[in-house]
Design a protein around this ligand. Structure first.
Ligand SMILES: *Cc1c(COP(=O)(O)O)cnc(C)c1O
Length: 489
């Protein structure tokens, strides 16, 4: 059903009100006693004047223009847009958690400390690490924290010539960005024809100038690095450490652990793997775990237990310091802990199984229509190439727009960089077969449309609120409120 739209854009009318307050029943102070003259407005603010009905309709209408996992399928590769169970919200909103103050004395927040402590035990069991900090607020923040720990470790050993970090060509964009930010030089390691890291190429660059190898396994191509043990040996023999970008843990929970593959440092994307909402800039959580020899470098404080008392432990002479105010994004941590406890070990394992099953089902159906450059069993995601479609006149970006017209959030496009016209699809475990089938039909229909009239597809979308945006300008010079004048160029 089409909703009737107001014929005019500006709906404010002088004198309309959305509230009514009772008359003041205490003596009013003169204004100059409340606010000094220079801080007072000289004229009343120009605010829209609207009734409560109009305000409610306006914001409800705006909220329907947002796309999220609660409104539809969201196969954004590498981002793990899985369903966020609503019970997570309930626990995080419990007054005993939500109304805490970070400066409260330890003996009054024992429950919160126990939760932090228990979540750490869970993450240790899943990854095979010795200890975790829960401070970092995102994956990229975890990466920086991890590299700072690695840097502190080498410096403490007076090993100052290590100025490089190895990264495979299939890496997520945050990896090279983090390496540069930590003051290291990026050295890219090529992939072989299987899409896996080229072990021989890795061995030739692994020398005594490398601080670390940064890797996600399975890779962003959704492929498991089968030679990870040999890779770890090569890096360790050269005196380097192994950093695990754990944003792709969704595929392997309960099956294998980065610690068992030889990794020394791990970050997890709690807002991906542990089902806390993300997008739009946060808040997220990117805990960092390390093996025994790196524990002294972790940020302070850690939560420890003495008898049945939990406490913040600041006792560390080699710590890199704090990387976040207080103890991290506590609300997000409560949600992640809820997810962990609701599923338990077997449930997490099943989540990974289903994520891999869904991805392989979708991959095998879509490869009949689209080009699949690395045709191997995938893990949680896979990458198609729209190169043939691009030649016909509509590429990955155009297919993404055509999906918007059909009510789907598109896959990640143009990434990873080693695949031309990449479409990176991650269905996650929380989607039904019916949803996956509907997505396949939409993709097949788009392929037929491109065969018939590629130019028409390339001019889409046709049914969205806005069409093709100037994405760079929208990011660089955003206009965040409506103004009754044209936006500045
Ligand atoms: C999402 C992601 C990151 C970055 O995580 P943020 O929380 O967005 O900073 C890093 N690596 C991989 C592989 C990712 O998918």
């Amino acid at each position: 059903m089409r909703k009737p739209k107001a014929l005019i854009f500006e709906i404010s009318r002088p004198g309309r009100q959305g509230y009514s307050l009772p008359d003041c029943d205490v003596p009013e102070k003169p204004l100059d006693q409340l606010l000094p003259e220079p801080l007072r407005r000289s004229a009343a603010p120009e605010l829209p004047e609207l009734s409560e009905t109009e305000v409610t309709r306006h914001f409800t209408e705006l909220s329907t223009r947002n796309y999220g996992v609660d409104t539809g399928f969201y196969p954004l590769g590498s981002c793990t847009m899985k369903y966020n169970p609503k019970v997570n919200e309930e626990t995080a909103a419990l007054p005993g958690f939500a109304c805490l103050h970070p400066c409260q004395p330890e003996e009054t927040v024992q429950g919160a400390l126990e939760l932090l402590y228990n979540l750490e035990q869970g993450l240790k069991a899943l990854t095979g690490m010795e200890r975790f900090t829960l401070q970092p607020a995102a994956g990229a923040h975890g990466e920086l924290t991890g590299l700072m720990i690695i840097q502190a470790y080498h410096r403490h050993r007076d090993d100052h010539k290590r100025n490089k970090v190895l990264i495979p060509l299939s890496a997520h964009g945050t990896n090279p960005a983090t390496v540069s930010m930590a003051g290291y030089e990026v050295v890219q390691v090529p992939c072989d024809e299987r899409g896996l890291v080229d072990l021989d190429a890795l061995k030739t660059v692994a020398d005594d100038t490398i601080a670390a190898l940064m890797l996600t396994n399975p890779s962003t191509l959704g492929l498991f690095e089968e030679e990870i043990v040999e890779m770890a040996e090569a890096v360790h023999e050269a005196g380097g450490l192994l950093y695990y970008d754990g944003a792709n843990m969704n595929a392997i929970m309960g099956y294998t652990r980065p610690g068992d593959m030889g990794f020394d440092v791990v970050h997890l994307n709690i807002h991906k793997t542990f089902s806390t909402p993300h997008g739009g800039g946060g808040p997220g959580s990117g805990p960092v775990g390390v093996t025994g020899r790196l524990v002294p470098y972790l940020p302070v404080p850690l939560v420890d237990r003495q008898g049945d008392k939990y406490y913040f432990n600041y006792d560390s002479s080699r710590s890199i310091g704090k990387v976040h105010a207080f103890y991290g994004n506590f609300g997000v941590v409560v949600k992640a802990y809820t997810y962990l406890r609701m599923l338990g070990g077997d449930g997490l394992k099943q989540a990974s199984e289903d994520a891999v099953l869904n991805a392989n089902y979708l991959m095998n159906r879509l490869k009949k229509t689209y080009h699949l450059p690395y045709d191997r069993t995938c893990k949680h995601e896979f990458v198609l190439s729209a190169r043939p479609e691009k030649k016909k006149g509509a590429g990955a970006g155009d297919i993404a727009k055509a999906l918007l017209d059909r009510g789907f959030h598109p896959p990640t496009v143009y990434f990873p960089l080693i695949i031309e016209e990449a479409l990176m699809v991650e269905p996650t475990e929380t989607e039904s077969k019916e949803t996956l089938d509907a997505f396949v039909w939409a993709m097949e229909e788009i392929a037929r449309d491109i065969d018939e009239d590629a130019e028409k597809v390339a001019r889409g979308p046709y049914h969205t609120v806005v069409g093709r945006l100037d994405e760079v300008r929208a990011a660089r010079s955003p206009v965040l409120s409506w103004q009754n004048k044209p936006a500045k160029k």
